[in-house]
Design a protein around this ligand. Structure first.
Ligand SMILES: Nc1nc2c(ncn2[C@@H]2O[C@H](COP(=O)(O)OP(=O)(O)OP(=O)(O)O)[C@@H](O)[C@H]2O)c(=O)[nH]1
Ligand SMILES: [Mg+2]
Length: 358
């Protein structure tokens, strides 16, 4: 990435106030932030007060690949950690068009009406092109976007799934430190992204449509197994009967899956995100889940297991990128690839040679 691009990582489409009337002080803060002239201590202080602009900026630092930004981000994360409020992290997945964004708009607004503070993040490794489904979909969250107690952030762009995952995990912590108590994480389910989101959330919700087979919905069996709830969306209008039938079918199918370590039995719910039907029921179910896993200790256990998993994941990612970014390896890799192309070596021998250089 060029220096210019890295600098522009600090441009903040997210945190610009909606109205043009901003105070001279805010305007100065924005200018200073763009010029990288700001104190991370101050930023942390504002973030801990629940200031969304500060939160947006801190996440921008996490997302930047520039060394100074990374140092600033580390300082802020460390300072934020002890203040992370209790939250519930909910993963939401489903094929494109199933209604994830519409659901988040409806569900998130309901939670805000209940007095919650809701943060919406996305894990979308393909977002380098589309710049994150959430941002493009902001029109689908037009109500939520305007709420003072909602914070919406698209997926970090231009990254591998590993990079997106780490940045999202750190962003979750910052959202919690800023007082957000429900964190919704949307993923469109390309490649391994559902597994990634599953491993950073407490509750995993799979959105489905009635009347389409699993193959049609592009749902892998493993995803159903991970789900704590299946929500059949678009259960409205002519779709209602099909949705009820699908509910029964899924309920039956879920019996075939092994019991979960959490002792929670995955449930199937109907919902119409567009007409705000069924969302309160879904929140009640999640509240029930939370009481159960608090009581049996699974909630805490699972978070610790996730932390351990992410420790290994981070080390693996670090080792991998350090390996591939080493100029010595880069040259040797090119040579070995040529040898393979000319049938002069085997994949195994080439790999062994490269590893011996590390
Ligand atoms: N009838 C009906 N339409 C819905 C419902 N929820 C969403 N839709 C429509 O379905 C379309 C897709 O909805 P989105 O919320 O953008 O779906 P998504 O899963 O976020 O899609 P991607 O971001 O592309 O993965 C839109 O036209 C919505 O208006 C619903 O409950 N009922
Ligand atoms: Mg969407």
């Amino acid at each position: 990435m060029s220096e210019e691009q890295q600098k522009s990582a600090l441009s903040e489409s997210q945190s610009k106030p909606a109205s043009g009337n901003i105070s001279a002080e805010s305007a100065k803060k924005i200018r200073d932030f763009r010029k990288n002239k700001f104190s991370e201590k101050e930023l942390l202080k504002d973030l801990l007060k629940g200031n969304k602009t500060a939160l947006g900026r801190a996440i921008t630092l996490i997302e930047s690949n520039q060394k100074t930004h990374q140092k600033q981000a580390e300082f802020i994360i460390e300072g934020a950690l002890p203040h992370a409020h209790k939250s519930i992290r909910i993963g939401i997945t489903g094929v494109p068009g199933v209604g994830k964004s519409t659901f988040i708009e409806s569900f998130g607004s309901h939670l805000i009406d209940l007095g919650k503070k809701v943060a919406v993040l996305a894990v979308d490794p393909s977002s380098s092109v589309s710049h994150g489904s959430i941002l493009g979909d902001k029109t689908r969250m037009e109500n939520l976007v305007t709420k003072p107690n909602a914070f919406i952030r698209p997926s970090p762009s231009g990254e591998s799934l590993g990079g997106v995952a780490r940045k999202t995990r750190e962003s979750i912590l910052l959202c919690e430190a800023a007082g957000f108590d429900v964190i919704l994480i949307e993923t469109v389910g390309v490649g391994q992204s559902e597994t990634t989101v599953h491993s950073m959330t407490d509750f995993f919700l799979l959105l489905k449509l009635a009347g389409a087979g699993d193959e049609l919905q592009g749902i892998k069996r493993g995803i159903v197994e991970m789900a704590d709830a299946i929500v059949i969306n678009k259960a409205d209008g002519e779709n209602q009967k099909a949705a009820r039938d699908a509910k029964l079918e899924f309920k039956r199918a879920l019996h075939l899956y092994p019991p979960k370590e959490s002792e929670w039995k995955a449930d199937v719910k109907l919902c119409s995100a567009l007409y705000n039907e069924g969302v309160s029921d879904i929140w009640e179910m999640i509240t029930e889940f939370k009481s159960k896993v608090d009581e049996n200790g699974y909630f805490q256990h699972n978070r610790l297991e996730q932390n351990k998993f992410w420790l290994f994941q981070t080390v693996n990612d670090y080792l991998k990128s350090r390996f591939y970014e080493d100029p010595k390896i880069k040259t040797a890799l090119k040579e070995q690839l040529e040898l393979i192309e000319n049938n002069k070596t085997t994949a195994f021998a080439a790999a062994k040679h490269l590893l011996s250089l590390a």
